[in-house]
Design a protein around this ligand. Structure first.
Ligand code: 2P0
Length: 328
């Protein structure tokens, strides 16, 4: 039996991945920078067994939906081709990330799956090759191979060989916090995959997004290296607003924000008026991630918890690399 157990942490982008230039290989239009986060992770066991008729994906103890099973099989087919094996696998995954809510669950899921499946088959990929592989499951998963602060280089090649993540700084380099305000919502209505396709194809504001992303990348990279929190926060917040502006220009227009999203943004703007440096970033969902420094984190947490419509508040710091683990 060929089996391995691996864990990867989710990441939240400070400069967003938003738009693909190749849907099949998952090649991005632009580079992105993220922080891997501590409390949100996925642990996945992959067991290849001869004679299984098909792959079986079990998420948190329940058989996954057919669409998720197919996506995982397509991904494992790449790994089977690399290892020259035919065996199907049982994949058991425990998710410690709020799923389907725009909080980066696929980033952790495909990074953990890439590591567990390759190790199970005896493939000892370099982190760079693992990042390229994880990218083909879900773009943001390329970044979850590393802990701390990470940049996904967009690359220019058609085959994707130069599109992978690199570590910018390890988790203990800089202790900043992401306080996540989880707002009341069901599963999101537009997936990030569909949303980014729509803006690339139809939004006149997509060109504006593309025009400033390189300078945002340079500013955030430097802010991390210099540990300059104000610059990091300002540029990350502006970058997120530009990403969300593209959705309003799409045909048909859409937004990931709810009323509570805006209330949380207002509260954070007030915090700055009160002298607390705090900044927002928002992914493809209504939840708001508030960046702050450790000495303000408890106060920020308490302030967000009382905004009407906020269901839960969770604090995250920089998290570790993806790795094999001995136990769930
Ligand atoms: C990010 N997002 O950089 C951006 C910001 C959402 C908004 O990466 O289609 O699940 O699987 O490559 O990685 C979410 O998109 O998309 C995402 P696919 P993914 O974190």
């Amino acid at each position: 039996m060929r089996e391995a157990l691996a864990r990867a942490h989710a990441n939240i982008a400070l400069v967003k991945y938003w738009g693909k230039r190749d849907e099949e290989r998952i090649l991005p239009m632009n580079g992105s920078i993220s922080m891997t986060v501590d409390p949100f992770y996925v642990t996945t066991a992959v067991t290849f067994e001869d004679g299984l008729p098909e792959d079986r994906l079990v998420l948190n103890g329940l058989d996954a939906a057919a669409v998720d099973q197919r996506r995982v099989t397509t991904f494992l087919d790449r790994i089977r081709a690399l290892a020259r094996v035919d065996a199907r696998a049982v994949i058991r995954s425990e998710n410690h990330v709020p799923t389907g809510a725009g909080l980066a669950s696929s980033s952790a899921a495909y990074a953990a799956l890439a590591m567990a499946a390759t190790r199970a088959l005896g493939l000892n990929l370099s982190p760079t090759d693992l990042s390229k592989l994880a990218r083909q499951g879900s773009g943001s998963a390329s970044r979850s191979v590393y802990g701390g602060f990470v940049e996904w280089l967009k690359g220019n090649r058609e085959d994707g060989e130069d599109s992978y993540a690199v570590p910018l700084a390890p988790p203990d380099y800089w202790d900043i916090r992401m306080v996540m305000a989880i707002v009341d919502s069901g599963p999101k209505s537009v997936s990030s995959r569909d949303g980014m396709r729509s803006v690339v194809e139809t939004s006149p504001f997509y060109a504006g997004w593309q025009a400033t992303v390189e300078s945002d990348l340079a500013a955030v990279r430097n802010a991390i290296l210099r540990r300059d929190f104000a610059v990091l926060g300002q540029v990350a917040e502006a970058n997120a607003f530009k990403m969300h502006a593209t959705t309003m220009g799409a045909v048909p227009p859409f937004t990931y924000w709810s009323g509570t999203t805006i209330e949380v943004i207002r509260r954070v703007q007030q915090m700055r008026g009160e002298g607390v440096p705090a900044y927002v970033t928002i992914d493809a969902g209504p939840h708001v991630v508030v960046l702050c420094e450790p000495q303000h984190a408890s106060w920020v947490e308490a302030s967000l918890a009382v905004v009407p419509g906020v269901k839960e508040v969770v604090q995250a710091g920089p998290g570790p690399d993806a790795r094999e683990v001995d136990a769930w």
